[in-house]
Design a protein around this ligand. Structure first.
Ligand code: RET
Length: 270
């Protein structure tokens, strides 16, 4: 307890100190991480089992894309749990915790750049969209996560932290536009409107959730100062945005492989 009481004042913590004190010393934070390692692993095994008889190549592509969401998640949460992708960052003046060391689970933002493209690939393929729109959605999505990472890691200026946030949100709006305007048109043409609408609402609502959560969490306005609570918020969003999403997609694709052909053009037109 003595060392825990001092830890906000420490600067250069080693990886093993972060693991032992920050992660293992806080059972709420630790559980927000290992619960997701377990859920992602179980999701992977479940998909492998329920999708084992799928033969349609396009249905398989969507299923593999969903498996990658969980594969990245296992890696992401293991990186966080080990302390490798967690840092103590001194917040700049102006931040609610200005001058204090804040625990940053920045590995999340980094690995979202690898996991969320698979969510969008699955959505774009289900809508039967074309290469241009799928590419646009994915590159702007990667942009959201990398600039979000920059927002989290900027310690020189409070204003610049929010500037990065603004850049990230503007990229996010491009993705929202594709999800709400472009892909619904494609899904209507391809005949996947029903499932696409469901997935679209789930995705847009939850993705806004992540955006607001960053704003109110310990790295943003710090209305929620507690790092374990901030982390659990993202972990709960992940349960719906990744695993529930995955099961909805995989069960649909197994049931209706002939519906995800991408229409007449197989979605291969530019
Ligand atoms: C950040 C902060 C900067 C502004 C915005 C954000 C949005 C993040 C989103 C994350 C979605 C993550 C998912 C993970 C599942 O693997 C980076 C929080 C706009 C939309 C779906």
């Amino acid at each position: 307890l003595g060392s825990l009481a001092q830890f906000p004042a420490q600067t250069d913590m080693s990886q093993s100190e972060i693991f032992n004190e920050v992660v293992m010393g806080d059972s709420l934070l630790a559980s927000s991480l290992y619960v997701n390692i377990a859920l992602a692993g179980l999701t992977l095994l479940a998909i492998a089992y329920i999708a084992k008889d799928v033969t349609d190549p396009r249905a398989k592509l969507i299923i593999v894309s969903c498996m990658m969401i969980s594969a990245v998640s296992v890696s992401s949460y293991t990186g966080l749990f080990s302390g490798m992708t967690i840092s103590m960052l001194e917040m700049p003046a102006g931040h609610a915790l200005g001058g204090e060391e804040v625990v940053s689970l920045w590995g999340r933002y980094l690995t979202w750049a690898f996991s969320t493209p698979f969510i969008l690939l699955a959505l774009g393929l289900i809508a039967g969209s074309n290469l241009t729109k799928i590419f646009t959605a994915i590159v702007f999505d990667v942009g959201i996560m990398i600039t979000g990472l920059a927002a989290a890691l900027t310690t020189s200026s409070y204003v610049l932290r929010w500037f990065w946030y603004l850049v990230s949100v503007s990229f996010f709006l491009v993705v929202v536009y594709i999800l709400l305007v472009e892909w619904p048109k494609d899904a209507e043409r391809t005949g996947t409107k029903g499932i696409f609408s469901k997935l679209k609402i789930l995705t847009v609502v939850l993705w806004f959730g992540y955006t607001v959560w960053w704003g109110v969490g310990n790295e943003g306005l710090a209305l929620i100062e507690n790092v374990a609570l901030t982390s659990w918020g993202y972990s709960v969003f992940d349960i719906f945005a990744k695993y529930l999403f995955t099961f909805l997609v995989v069960l649909y694709v197994i049931d209706e492989p002939e519906e995800v052909t991408g229409g007449d053009g197989w979605g291969l037109d530019i």
